[in-house]
Design a protein around this ligand. Structure first.
Ligand code: GLC
Length: 669
């Protein structure tokens, strides 16, 4: 059951398409303090808290404070409270079990046992919020009700389940050709190459660098013949430049965010001075969405939206103030305090909270200061694109994922998990984030495999890919200045070919699981505790996941490890794919145990009486033979079956019952 409680007058976020009636009674479970603007729940000793989507720390979120404040911060360290998104849905599971969604577009904090170990305190920045409380049979049921309420998750084209290679930056057509050639020559499967900011003319959205990408439509076509999709990036900030049509038109029509005095708000991002389209204004949003046509018309079928928290390097006003202040330090003897202040001046320019108070949106006639709706910006940039694709390419699925997001955006696109680093603990973070994102509707997601910032290693990349082959978005991406990270830069080509090759064999299954999860509002990835609620050990497991109803994953995420401890909540079949092309299986009893996992082994566990379809190896999604599938089986009782979803991966009659069939088997062999 879902009950909605409203405080003050809420700004419409669009997260819940059809809102339930407002409840008259008191908010259950919480003590409400209107003055402090807090909701407080007293947790029992063993209560666990799941959710909050894209966030740091554990699957069980208890023990830290999280802040929904979309932030461009590439240092995803334990002490941080925010990443790029605001996903205000969580479930308390314990002496009471209930879900809460705080539909509120401003900054809100979730103190889950940080200030006081037994207290869960939600604090909003102003008192205008919609709070939904959801009760149900168990955590899965609560999540399912919530997902139904927020609407169906975005569905990408099938090719977006293939492996993608990205790097900031491939600078020219030839750079991209080289990548594709290396993959094809080595027979390592590949479906897409991402174009980072260097494909544009001086970082101007919806332009092309004519020198380095001189015949773009031909180039797109050439790549398509190789079964490669090019996926360009689009940034939130539009360059301020006379004669640049997007800028000129935006100014003329008044589509950019404005300062209090009504003049356009200018902030600096990649192109230097830039303006933010008012994504919260319907007309401006439609206009921005229409700009994607420039690339769609040249054959592009996928995009990633970036810097849309929105990220601000500096504003003219703040830069001027800092320059003036720095002048006052000249010739001074700087002591501890003055030196740290001095150091903070330049560092404090980026993403400064004061700048987010300096501009306004015109929400279809209502002027709202940005900080009050900060968390809706990236969401609406992606909505702009998603709605435009419906208008411009109504029969096609277009790949779209964003860096920043809010619940509601999951209907228009996926997300990647931002600028992680080539750190082992970020591989673990990637694992932990999958279920919490699924809870909030974000199914099409994955992290920059191998790590974005910092130098990767062959071993880290291999292990990360061994997990990444299961995530819907499977993309290797790295930052400018870091070690080159395409798999062919490393020694063990056969190992990478084997691991990535397995992804392609699994695509019929992964795609089927994705589609069922999207269409039914279910989670593709779940913590063990969700399926084994009475198992006290399962509740403790933070580094294994369930995938669909069939698999349990137990990735290796530590340097030099050649195995790991695994907890099996029941008897399972361990399946091991080895680099030499062989597959080994072994029935393992329930309980704690150690398993060996050599560097290029891919190991997963099948639950009893399950089947999974496996395709023959393929070099790209286009070549996958969906007609002749093999079945991996673990038949313990009389029969095992698998509900298999398959369509053309491109058109949109998702609900057609013909896409579903039942595969079954009565024997192990
Ligand atoms: C941001 C993005 C990253 C991209 C870079 C350059 O940091 O998160 O993925 O490579 O910008 O565009």
């Amino acid at each position: 059951m879902i009950s909605r409680y409203t405080y003050g007058s809420c700004i419409e976020t669009g997260a819940v398409p059809e809102k339930p009636e407002i409840e008259a009674g008191a908010l259950p479970f919480f003590v409400v303090d209107e003055e402090q603007m807090t909701l407080t729940y007293r947790m029992a000793e063993h209560d666990r808290v799941y959710g909050l989507g894209e966030n740091l720390r554990g699957i069980n979120k208890r023990g830290w404070i999280y802040e929904s404040k979309c932030t461009d911060d590439p240092n995803h360290m334990e002490e941080k409270r925010s990443l790029y998104a605001a996903h205000n849905f969580f479930v308390v599971d314990g002496s009471e079990t209930f879900g809460v969604f705080v539909d509120y577009p401003g900054i809100v904090s979730f103190d889950i046992g940080y200030t006081k170990m037994e207290e869960l305190k939600i604090q909003a920045s102003d008192w205008n919020l919609d709070v939904y409380v959801i009760t149900g049979m168990d955590v899965k049921d609560i999540v399912k009700q919530f997902r139904k309420m927020i609407g169906r998750s975005y569905i990408p084209p099938l090719w977006a389940f293939g492996y993608g290679q990205s790097r900031w930056g491939y600078r020219s057509e030839d750079d991209v050709r080289e990548v594709v050639k290396a993959y094809r020559d080595l027979q390592i499967p590949l479906d897409s190459v991402y174009l980072d900011i260097d494909y544009m003319e001086r970082y101007k959205d919806f332009t092309l660098n004519q020198e380095t990408f001189p015949d773009f439509p031909d180039f797109v076509e050439e790549m398509k013949k190789e079964n490669i999709h090019l996926v360009p990036i689009i940034d939130a900030g539009v360059k301020e430049e006379k004669g640049y049509p997007v800028y000129e038109e935006g100014i003329e029509k008044g589509y950019f965010c404005k300062k209090e005095d009504g003049t356009p708000f200018v902030a600096a991002v990649w192109p230097g001075r830039a303006l933010f389209p008012d994504m919260l204004n319907t007309e401006a949003r439609n206009w921005f969405g229409d700009q994607y046509r420039f690339l769609l018309d040249q054959g592009i079928e996928g995009f990633w939206n970036d810097m849309n928290e929105p990220s601000i390097f500096y504003t003219e006003d703040s830069l001027k103030a800092v320059m003036e202040k720095i002048d006052t330090y000249k010739g001074k003897n700087l002591d501890l305090d003055s030196f740290s202040e001095f150091q903070g001046l330049v560092g404090g320019l980026s993403n400064n909270p004061e700048d987010y108070k300096a501009f306004y949106h015109d929400m279809d006639g209502v002027r709202v200061r940005h900080d009050r709706v900060h968390n809706l910006f990236g969401y609406n940039m992606t909505k702009a694109a998603g709605e435009a694709f419906e208008r411009l390419e109504p029969d096609k699925r277009i790949l779209m994922f964003s860096r920043s997001s809010y619940i509601g955006m999951h209907r228009y696109g996926g997300i990647w998990q931002g600028d992680n680093k080539s750190w082992w603990f970020h591989l673990l973070l990637n694992i932990k984030m999958m279920p919490s994102l699924n809870m909030c509707g974000f199914l099409y997601t994955g992290a920059d495999l191998g790590g974005f910032g910092a130098d990767t290693t062959e071993e880290l990349l291999m292990r990360w890919l061994e997990f990444g082959i299961f995530t819907p978005l499977m993309r290797n991406h790295s930052a400018a200045g870091t070690r080159e990270q395409e798999v062919y830069r490393f020694g063990n080509t056969a190992g990478f070919r084997h691991v990535i090759g397995l992804r392609y064999r699994l695509i019929p299954y992964l795609y089927s699981e994705y589609m069922k999860a999207a269409l039914r509002g279910e989670m593709m990835f779940r913590p063990l505790a969700f399926d084994y609620p009475d198992d006290k050990y399962a509740a403790q497991v933070e580094d294994q996941l369930l995938l669909g109803n069939e698999l349990m994953l137990a990735p290796v995420y530590e340097q030099n490890a050649r195995g790991r401890y695994v907890y099996l909540p029941e008897t399972m079949k361990m399946v091991r794919f080895k680099e030499d092309g062989t597959m080994e299986t072994e029935i393992r009893p329930a309980g704690h145990q150690y398993i060996d996992v050599e560097l290029t082994d891919v190991v997963f566990f099948m639950r009893p009486d399950t089947l999974i379809p496996l395709a023959k190896p393929a070099q790209c999604t286009q070549d996958i033979d969906f007609e002749h599938l093999e079945l991996l089986k673990f038949v313990q009782n009389e029969m095992a079956s698998y509900e298999y979803y398959h369509d053309d991966g491109y058109s949109k009659d998702y609900e057609n019952p013909e896409h579903l069939s039942l595969l079954f088997s009565t024997t192990e062999e």
